[in-house]
Write a protein that binds this ligand. Sequence first.
Ligand code: PAF
Length: 279
Amino acid sequence: MIPILRTVAEVRALARGWKQAGDSIGVVPTMGALHDGHLSLARRARAECGRVITTIFVNPKQFNNPEDLKKYPRSEEADAALLGTVPVDAIFAPEPEEVYPEGFITTVSVGGVAEPLEGRMRPGHFDGVATVVTKLFGMTLADRGYFGQKDWQQLQVVLRLTRDLNLPIEIVGCETIREGDGLAMSSRNVRLTAAGRRKAPVLYAAITAAADDIRAGQSDRMAIREAAEAMRHAGFDRVEYIELRDAATLMPSDDPARPRRMLAAAWLDGVRLIDNIPV
Ligand code: PAF
């Protein structure tokens, strides 16, 4: 059985012991409701680090919509069983009061890369992510942190904050894991209806087609317009954005010589889906 730790004191004591024994520590921060995407991060950490901690914490500070926080799937027992298949060395699953005790008033706020796209659609979201990730790194004494590329902007925010704050941790960005039909794995996918689940892969198909068209010489604007149209036609309720951006700064980019990323967010069945691919 993998130990499930609830307090900072417990996880610190364990991590300190591991460090004294000469082990490196990899941390895989999650909000639970684990799927193969999370497990691939844990397996990578397992292969690269002496010890692996997966954190499970539904971070209230990164939800700008209270309904979304309430509906966020929670499944600790099933998560622990899945992590047993990796296996990781410990699960850190604190209560909100342990992470944000009374009187907590510090916020880690990242500018620039955190501002457009998700930052604009979800005010305060990245401050919440940056704050909790910084705390989790400190609590677990992690040498490496593992993050999925599915949340590309989040990955850039975490890279930026670790650089800017000189945190002694290496950030490892891992490939998006997809279902057989291309849908990016996400804890939110379980909230789709059966009909919505059938339509959802159109998000990936549409941005892939747009990226191919841009590489073949079509204008960015036209390719993006066609992708949005394909999604609406497939039954998506709303396309929030489809944008071609500089992969590192997330600023608009029309320079094909630099690495670029196409990022999209759209609503289907009352569920907000995001995805991104290199262009
Ligand atoms: O990607 C997530 O699940 C969350 O944003 C993270 C990194 C665990 C912080 O709460």
